[in-house]
Design a protein around this ligand. Structure first.
Ligand code: AHG
Ligand code: MN
Ligand code: MN
Length: 330
């Protein structure tokens, strides 16, 4: 089986990018170890700090963030980094060729129940000049690589450098990432959806109607039965979509008028949208391709609808019918 290093060399990507991806992969092995030790290493539970998102940080959010920061600082190829767990963007090395955005541990609410968590990353080219938040505000189309590591029954890396999507599985004996699936492709049609149904009453009209029609199954306009899954960690839900198709959405809701969206653009939606498009799927806000969004703030949030191309198109048609050309004012 091909190792991650061999695969990157075969893809002909630049040496600095190759080194940076390998740095992220190496760090994920240490994260995987910490996550697996769990209570034995005293890493479970919450801290008494809140992050910039207003969420209480878990111990593992902080530990994994520190691990990634240290590794990226040492890599020499990173000009700056942005993390879900950092208030502001951090300058790293002036000569670094890349910017890295990451969610060090996605699915934090799953930590204490020994369920799926992962690390999500996005790599952008570093613009010339002084590093500041503006340096990062590039659309998702500018990403040169993106991926996630899923700390599940197996530790798996999903990666794209713009030439399709590959899955690597961490061999626990040799500590090597080995290529276990190449050219990952999302089936265009599906009968499986993922949404937090408890927010139903807060969704916009088109999402209400779309999900209601899925729930009607073979009795409704879709004329087929749909199954539902919700892992409560985007990494887990997107991984399932990449493996066997599906539609995953965290749509706009009005539960809290100051927070109409849940997922973060720069280190959740963009890297996942890049992977999904590279696997022949689609990723939209309901009104625009996620990768076309011009970011305005490093921690900005967006609505996400992604997965099997035909199913996402069907969901978008509900949005187009309700609002002819533009996103409604919240
Ligand atoms: P994080 O743990 O990094 O804050 O992200 C959690 C996100 C995402 O991974 C997941 O899809 C969603 O929150 C789960 O939301 P619910 O709590 O509404 O299920
Ligand atoms: Mn997350
Ligand atoms: Mn997180």
């Amino acid at each position: 089986m091909q190792t991650l290093t061999q695969h990157l060399q075969q893809q002909g990507i630049s040496e600095p990018l190759c080194q940076l991806i390998l740095t992220l992969a190496e760090t994920s092995k240490s994260i995987s170890r910490a996550v697996r030790q769990g209570a034995l290493a005293g890493v479970l539970g919450a801290t008494d700090h809140q992050n910039v998102q207003g969420e209480t940080q878990k111990k593992l959010d902080v530990i994994t963030n520190d691990m990634l920061k240290e590794a990226l600082k040492a890599s020499g190829h990173v000009k700056g980094l942005a993390s879900e767990e950092e208030d502001e963007v951090l300058p790293v090395s002036e000569q670094g060729e890349y910017l890295v955005c990451f969610d060090p541990l996605d699915g934090s609410s799953n930590i204490d129940i020994n369920s799926l968590v992962g690390t999500i990353f996005s790599i952008l080219p570093a613009p010339a000049g002084a590093l500041n938040e503006q340096s990062f505000l590039q659309s998702g189309r500018q990403q040169v690589a993106a991926g996630y590591v899923l700390y599940g029954p197996s530790t798996m890396l999903a990666l794209t450098t713009g030439k399709g999507v590959s899955f690597f599985t961490l061999n626990p004996d040799s500590s090597a990432y080995l290529l276990t699936q190449d050219n990952v492709t999302i089936t265009p049609d599906t009968a499986e959806f993922a949404i937090n149904m408890s927010n139903q009453r807060f969704w916009e009209a088109p999402m209400q109607t779309y999900i209601a029609d899925l729930l009607l199954g073979s009795m409704g306009p879709r004329e087929k039965a749909f199954n539902m899954r919700w892992i409560a960690a985007m990494v887990g839900d997107v991984h399932r979509v990449l493996c066997r198709g599906g539609i995953f959405t965290y749509p706009t809701d009005n539960k809290n008028p100051n927070k109409p969206y849940k997922l973060r653009l720069m280190y959740e939606a963009n890297p996942m949208a890049f992977l999904v498009e590279q696997a022949q799927g689609k990723a939209s806000t309901g009104y625009q391709d996620i990768l076309d969004i011009q970011p305005e703030r490093i921690h900005q949030r967006v609505a996400v609808i992604l997965g099997s191309a035909n199913e996402v198109d069907t969901c978008l048609a509900y949005h187009q019918e309700t609002y002819s050309d533009q996103e409604p004012e919240l």
